[in-house]
Design a protein around this ligand. Structure first.
Ligand code: NI
Ligand code: MN
Length: 238
């Protein structure tokens, strides 16, 4: 599995021979100005909720590549009707589907989900993905919540994407508790530094995790990591 960071909460993940893009918000993000969205290849676009900073580039990428949008019922219908995207796969919270790259479980998230035009965006979600190359959890925008314990109890999570920017989502302290809830030591931070409200002290965040025996990966935009680098990383104390 290869993981490329496109800024904010947007990642491109190669898994099972397919390319999955999560929460595409690239062209409006000045920190991601080096990335040309017209060159991004995708087979699937996974959208956690209807906020602009998670789906701004989804329609354009979907129309150019033919990628299938995977999201909740309300979001997939909005993209099918308003944007006439070529393919959608609607799901809803708690539902699971076996795709050609692996299995997707739509998890709950504690947040909100309205479209910029005021349309109802359903409930916010996260994704738990099981594949032959490992399992990961992408929480979407969320607060810390007890439901995360269920994932930790019943699923094996090799690594997880959690928001750490605070203000709109969990901050570092709650993300560390979330990592305990899901029983996962390898966390990739997201939803930080994009806007003034979510600027964090990256060094302090990494130290907080390593002091707790966990590794926090803060990827530079437009860089790539192998899932093996994450899974095999030794937690550096202090
Ligand atoms: Ni949001
Ligand atoms: Mn957001």
């Amino acid at each position: 599995m290869k993981i490329k960071y496109y800024g904010h909460s947007c990642f491109l993940i190669h898994v099972g021979g397919k390319k999955l893009i999560f929460d595409p918000f690239i062209s409006p993000n000045p920190q991601a100005s080096a990335i040309n969205i017209n060159l991004i290849e995708a087979d699937y676009i996974l959208i956690s909720h209807a906020h602009q900073d998670h789906m701004q580039d989804a329609a354009q990428i979907a129309k150019r590549t033919g990628a299938t949008i995977i999201s909740n019922w309300e979001i997939t219908q909005w993209f099918a009707q308003k944007e006439q995207v070529p393919a959608v796969h609607p799901m809803n919270t708690g539902g699971q589907w076996k795709f050609d790259f692996g299995t997707v479980l739509l998890t709950p998230a504690l947040h909100s989900s309205s479209f910029p035009d005021g349309s109802y965006g359903g409930n916010p979600n996260g994704f738990f993905i099981e594949s032959n190359e490992g399992n990961f959890y992408y929480s979407g925008d969320t607060a810390l919540m007890q439901d995360m314990k269920l994932l930790g109890e019943y699923k094996k999570i090799d690594f997880a994407f959690l928001p750490i920017g605070d203000n709109f989502t969990m901050g570092i302290s709650d993300a560390l508790i979330a990592a305990n809830f899901i029983k996962c030591d390898k966390i990739i931070g997201m939803h930080f530094d994009t806007f003034p409200f979510i600027v964090i002290n990256k060094q302090a965040a990494k130290v907080k995790f390593s002091n707790a025996g966990k590794e926090l990966f803060l990827m530079d935009i437009n860089t790539e990591l192998s899932s093996l680098d994450i899974i095999n990383a030794k937690v550096s104390v202090g």
